[in-house]
Design a protein around this ligand. Sequence first.
Ligand code: PLP
Length: 377
Amino acid sequence: MKIPFNKPFLTGNETKYIEDAVKSMKISGDGVYTKKCHDFFEQKYNFKKCLLTTSCTDALEMAAILIDTKEGDEIIMPSYTFVSTSNAFVLRGAKIVFADSKPNHPNIDVSKIEALITPKTKAIVPVHYGGVACDMDEIMALAKKYNLYVIEDAAQAIDSYYKGKPLGSFGHLAAFSFHETKNIISGEGGMLVINDDQFIDRAEIIREKGTNRSKFYRGEVDKYGWIDIGSSFLPSDIIAAFLFAQLENLDEIQKKRVGNWNLFHEKLIHLQENGCFQFLDLDENQTNNGHLFALIMNNLEERSALIDFMRKEEVMPVFHYLSLHKSPYYQDKHDGRELDNCDRFADTLLRLPFYHDLSKEDIEKITSLVIRFFDGK
Ligand SMILES: *Cc1c(COP(=O)(O)O)cnc(C)c1O
């Protein structure tokens, strides 16, 4: 039986809640289920204000608007990330200043950030790769020193912590994804978290096409109109109904995924000790939310060979990001600095199939293929 890279997990209540949302006849945005999701996140993680969006990409675009990103502003972020992290700011005319990754993890190397700050710098956008926390104390301290905004790209970071505090609660703003490939899903979907009060009112307006319709529905104003720029960033309540079925099972989902992760780790640790590859190790400040299981291979050739070897047995590992500073779209706009760690992860990082429903036998099959590959060398 083929083992795909990803398989979405359904809790069983998704269609029931969707039917319920449909029957309520209030199926546009900000209905009953959207409110339930907002309350869930605000209570569980103590986020100040949560707003569901149609994607994490949208949440990042809202963040770029909220901090008034303008032509010429500079935004510091890692190059080893998804295009949306950058695109959101490029759409508003910003210049992206890419920072290198840490030597042993794709997360942004904080020791490289300060030298990149100029009077034009407006924000730092840390990406918690694989749901593993960036060095948030250092990043927040730099932001304070230079009066910058911090926007966490927490797309992969649901239910993960830094020094005991949930990711998404550090930056002025944070963006989560509920795309089918993430831990908690709604097909497409996302959320903007607002931790800084000054952004709350305007975030509601931007999300509602630049109108104060949210205030109107709450009875806080007697008519609504066009008062700012904005777009349609809010999802239908049908999407929120799907998401809520997932949220009710969040602890169970996380427990299973982290259990799967530990099993992979246990079965492959001897190969890491033999230097066949490295894991993305955690320090005592970070937690593992079971988002992905990655191997850092020793070189590109070995990665390609392992992918081919496993695919022949119908097991589907994949690599991950390509360096954004070398992308066809951005290479001419990049300032030319070499980002060696980022390039190395682009060449050597491999993700094994990883999802909720992997059985012990599946994990045995996947890991024994990895072991066989190295035995045959
Ligand atoms: C998945 C992902 C996104 C985009 O999320 P969407 O919900 O698909 O828009 C952005 N950044 C990172 C780091 C991601 O992993």
